[in-house]
Design a protein around this ligand. Structure first.
Ligand SMILES: Cc1cc2nc3c(=O)[nH]c(=O)nc-3n(C[C@H](O)[C@H](O)[C@H](O)COP(=O)(O)OP(=O)(O)OC[C@H]3O[C@@H](n4cnc5c(N)ncnc54)[C@H](O)[C@@H]3O)c2cc1C
Length: 497
């Protein structure tokens, strides 16, 4: 019996076979996340876990790690799997821990404005729990109905509210984390509470498994006022966006959806009117200051090419903010590329992304939001149909986009598996912090390797290392072939018979 099978067998015996399954179909479901990896990945890594485990408590997590440690089997934690390109899949099989059953809200304390929840709790459930005590979460995920608190902290997520309040790590005032050796760090342990969240940010499950999160909340504002503006194109909107950031209105969130996104959407909903690029500014706070703040934003947005949309429309868009990527239904697949770019390079990044998309004949929509006064979370995406060769080749766009972004001082939102294909320069920024933390943990011999940030493959030496140059060449070839192919896009109305 292999070590992994032995671990699966043992875990089935301890937790029950309904919570530790090595079933072929079940493990297959966990072998990918939101975006399919290129075929090359299957040659390099074993992304199918040997066993999927569903813990219900911190003790269960400790048990899983003990079994894994004894048999030297790798462990990968997973929340909702909404990250891209293999961020939440194994590289060498082993144990995958699905955290979603650890989803309880443990405490809502109105007086100290804190909520404590298990790490598999979704952002939406945490938001509802806060609301019930007249509190709000200062930031929340753009994918709140699915994405988990633990997965977001571990992936270094930036979401709604980042402009005013930063990332979740700034509000996660205590995390309980189980390390590889089975130690559970709780907020009262030697590592001061905020530090545990800060250290784990962006670690992608490589440092430890987050089991509980305490989030600091704010009192619910008297009013939340979404404002929306239409611009002919995204480049027209960019200057106004920066003006709105600096107009003194103290916006909570400023985001944009470009005209290509709305073309995709019309393909899905042809009965709806055409829409151009839209910019959303969300204000929250005291009622009596709202009109003045709204005027400041209006003047920043309409002084150039912007047209204000009715407040009811703005409210409708705001309320449907978690369903923006329903455009995925047009083709059945969506490749979404979360990245960060300095705000003063946004216009250049947009122009270069568009030029690249045109060169590769792919319809790429640009969405994003201000992640602070100086940085932007840029979220380009294209629609894909994996059954079409032309569609699969489009993956060559991703490394080209990141290379361009690195030249502007930007970087990918996370390291993910696909980033191992890229140059050191591209993967360096997001990997820097977890790697530094990891190195310092290693010295004490207590690191939780889970899934290492590595280039090792599933094979024995000398084939156990893949040179990033080789990977880059393969993706480069794909991208080149894409350019030779015909136009591939989903921004035209579907032909009906
Ligand atoms: C349409 C769309 C839009 C998105 N927009 C954004 C965006 O604007 N900004 C942004 O930052 N991200 C964005 N993302 C990426 C992703 O949704 C977020 O990073 C999300 O918060 C991840 O949560 P999850 O529960 O799905 O984590 P998963 O994808 O399951 O896991 C993410 C990483 O964390 C690790 N992990 C999971 N749970 C734990 C745990 N309990 N302890 C330790 N490690 C763990 C996993 O191993 C993995 O490496 C978007 C994704 C989609 C599909």
């Amino acid at each position: 019996m292999s070590r992994a099978n032995d671990a699966a067998h043992r875990l089935g015996g301890i937790l029950g076979t309904d919570r530790a399954s090595g079933d072929f179909f079940e493990t297959g479901l966990y072998s990918h996340d939101m975006t399919a990896l290129p075929k090359l990945a299957a040659l390099s890594w074993r992304t199918r876990p040997d066993v999927v485990v569903i813990p219900r408590s911190t003790e269960d997590v400790k048990t899983v790690l003990a079994v894994a440690r004894k048999r030297n089997v790798p462990v990968v934690p997973r929340g909702a799997g909404t990250t891209m390109f293999g961020a939440s899949v194994p590289t060498r099989g082993g144990i995958l821990i699905d955290m979603r059953s650890m989803n309880k809200i443990l405490n809502v304390d109105k007086d100290s404005a804190r909520i404590e929840a298990e790490a598999g709790c979704t952002w939406l459930d945490a938001m509802k729990a806060a609301e019930s005590a007249k509190l709000i979460l200062p930031v929340h995920s753009v994918f709140a109905p699915s994405s988990t608190l633990g997965g977001s902290l571990a992936s270094g997520m930036l979401g709604f509210g980042a402009l005013k309040h930063g990332g979740p790590r700034d509000w996660a005032v205590g995390s309980e984390v189980v390390l590889e050796d089975g130690t559970a760090l709780t907020p009262s342990d030697p590592l001061p509470p905020p530090q545990a969240s800060v250290l784990l940010e962006g670690s992608e499950g490589t440092l430890g498994i987050i089991t509980k999160v305490t989030l600091k909340c704010l009192p619910a504002p008297e009013e939340v006022r979404p404002l929306a503006y239409s611009f002919p194109t995204l480049p027209d909107a960019l200057r106004s966006i920066m003006a709105a950031v600096n107009c003194g209105a103290d916006a909570w969130h400023i985001g944009f959806l470009d005209e290509v996104h709305f073309k995709f959407q019309r393909n899905l909903e042809p009965e709806k009117p055409e829409r151009n690029c839209e910019v959303y500014v969300i204000l929250e706070g005291a009622k009596d200051k709202m009109a003045e703040r709204e005027r400041a934003v209006d003047s920043a947005m309409t002084s150039a090419a912007g047209t204000k949309l009715p407040n009811d429309d703005a409210m409708r868009s705001w309320q449907s903010r978690f369903d923006v990527f329903r455009t995925r239904r047009v083709s059945g697949g969506l490749v979404f590329i979360p990245s960060v770019v300095p705000a003063n390079k946004l216009a250049e990044a947009v122009a270069k992304t568009r030029a690249l998309a045109a060169k590769m004949k792919i319809g790429v929509a640009l969405t994003g939001f201000m992640a602070g006064k100086d940085s932007v979370c840029l979220l380009p995406y294209y629609l894909t149909d994996e059954s079409r060769m032309t569609s699969r080749l489009a993956i060559g766009f991703v490394p080209r986009f990141y290379k361009m972004l690195a030249g502007l001082g930007g970087h990918p939102q996370g390291t993910e598996l696909l980033n191992h294909y890229r140059t050191k320069q591209v993967a360096a920024a997001p990997a820097k912090r977890p790697m530094a933390v990891r190195t310092s943990f290693e010295q004490a011999g207590t690191a939780s390797p889970a899934r290492k940030i590595e280039r090792h493959t599933r094979y024995l030496p000398p084939f156990n290392k893949v040179h990033p140059g080789l990977m880059a060449v393969r993706l480069g070839v794909k991208g080149g072939m894409r350019r030779l192919g015909g136009r591939y896009r989903y921004d035209q109305p579907k032909r009906t018979k």
